[in-house]
Ligand binder design. Structure first.
Ligand SMILES: NC(=O)c1ccc[n+]([C@@H]2O[C@H](COP(=O)([O-])OP(=O)(O)OC[C@H]3O[C@@H](n4cnc5c(N)ncnc54)[C@H](O)[C@@H]3O)[C@@H](O)[C@H]2O)c1
Length: 294
């Protein structure tokens, strides 16, 4: 009898290889560490030198066989070099996790072609390059594979101040849907994970707007489950999608968001409860505050 647990047997992750872009960041490091905890050998590319060194240390201490390189996932040559290193070292790719992404807050009319291009390159183009490198390797391996893109709730609703980011992430979602069908006969699955608010150090630097989401009261109103996301809420979803526990799931999106996507504009207001508009009592107070300030 195998001494593997039920989860280990069903998941089938032990000994597999995952390429992870942006794998040293807030969500990335949690994802890489959780994949590694399940016996996955990670190959990471990340821009942030300090974060790369930190991740290497953590994985070394855990005795994980890894490749963690500093580089720019927007550069097709850097991505190619990473995949070639993986070919040489392990000769297989089972999972690709595209985590690189980011944005800045601005009204669309205040932005221009340079900013749009930067956002598209950071959130969309490298996903295409990474998939074009992973899919032929997965096909040649004959073992199938799993591609997982980190998108966002903003790919599923309007996101004032983030129009191009929202469009780029929605494009990733739609790309994944189509690619999943093209590669389904090869046993390769393509899915997305769309978090809402998961406090990570870089998220705080986005700033702007009303920061009530950083208060327990604000979180209770906006997120139905009444708490912010934890990095493990996201990494658990990625481990599931990388594993054979999700072996018949493709072309779809997991929403580790505490119900925000489902609630779509319904808020849990203090005292009055659920409403899809601001209760007049709160609006009246807001008007009063404005009038007092003026
Ligand atoms: N944190 C959240 O609340 C949240 C919510 C929804 C979606 N997301 C998405 O999750 C992903 C990760 O977010 P995060 O909060 O961990 O952000 P993060 O900034 O902490 O992590 C991103 C990582 O990618 C790296 N990176 C950025 N550009 C790169 C490039 N060109 N090449 C290589 N590495 C690069 C960064 O150095 C960083 O380590 C992003 O795609 C983001 O849009 C995050």
């Amino acid at each position: 009898m195998s001494d593997m647990s039920w989860f280990e047997q069903r998941a089938g992750l032990d000994g597999t290889v995952a390429v992870v872009t942006g794998g040293a960041g807030g969500l990335g490091a949690a994802i890489v560490e959780d994949l590694a905890a399940n016996g996955v050998r990670p190959a990471v590319i990340d821009l942030d030198d300090a974060a790369v060194k930190e991740l290497r240390d953590v994985l070394d201490k855990q005795g994980v066989d890894h490749i963690v390189t500093q580089g720019d996932a927007r550069d097709p040559d850097a991505l190619t070099a990473l995949f070639e290193q993986v070919d040489e070292r392990w000769g297989r790719v089972d999972t690709l996790v595209n985590i690189v992404g980011g944005t800045f807050r601005a009204q669309f009319v205040d932005t221009g072609a340079k900013g749009w291009d930067a956002i598209l390159r950071t959130n969309l183009s490298h996903v295409l390059h990474a998939c074009s490198l992973a899919v032929p390797r997965m096909q040649a391996g004959g073992r199938g594979g799993s591609i997982i893109n980190l998108t966002t709730i903003e790919a599923h609703r309007a996101a004032p101040g983030f129009a191009v980011y929202s469009a780029a992430k929605a494009a990733v979602e739609q790309f994944a849907r189509t690619l999943s069908i093209e590669v389904a006969p090869d046993g390769i699955r393509v899915n997305n994970v769309a978090p809402d608010y998961v406090p990570t150090p870089k998220l705080a630097s986005l700033g702007g707007g009303d920061s009530s989401l950083s208060t327990p009261e604000g979180v209770r109103v906006a997120i139905p489950m009444g708490r912010a996301g934890h990095v493990t809420d996201v990494s658990n979803s990625v481990v599931f999608l990388a594993s054979k526990l999700s072996s018949f799931i493709t072309g779809t999106t997991l929403h580790p968001d505490g119900g925000t996507f489902a609630s779509s504009g319904w808020f849990n207001w203090p005292d009055s409860g659920w409403a899809n508009h601001v209760p007049s009592r709160i609006l009246a107070n807001a008007t009063l505050a404005d009038a007092t300030e003026a």
